[in-house]
Design a protein. Structure first.
Length: 87
């Protein structure tokens, strides 16, 4: 599952679906998730999410969405380069 946006609602859904067993990726266009909160709090919460298996892509945006046999293929532009995700 890919969640677009790392605000409090997106992060909440990510934790719920991750706890239910889904593989979750958060795509956030800003430098970090949960913008507006204290940096230390966000850093620790992000560490817990990643430890639990949630993949977080910051400074990233979805460039393209295409249907494929398995579901949808998202092309995400990240600082590390372009990545494809199937969900």
């Amino acid at each position: 599952m890919v969640i677009l946006g790392g605000g409090y609602i997106g992060v909440e859904f990510a934790t719920i679906f991750n706890a239910l067993g889904s593989k979750v990726t958060i795509v956030e266009i800003l430098e970090n998730i949960l913008s507006g909160l204290e940096d230390e709090l966000v850093r620790n919460f992000r560490r817990f999410l990643e430890r639990d298996g949630v993949k977080i892509l910051t400074k990233s945006k979805v460039e393209d969405i295409r249907p494929v046999e398995e579901g949808l293929r998202l092309t995400v532009n990240t600082p590390q380069g372009v990545q494809d995700h199937i969900c």
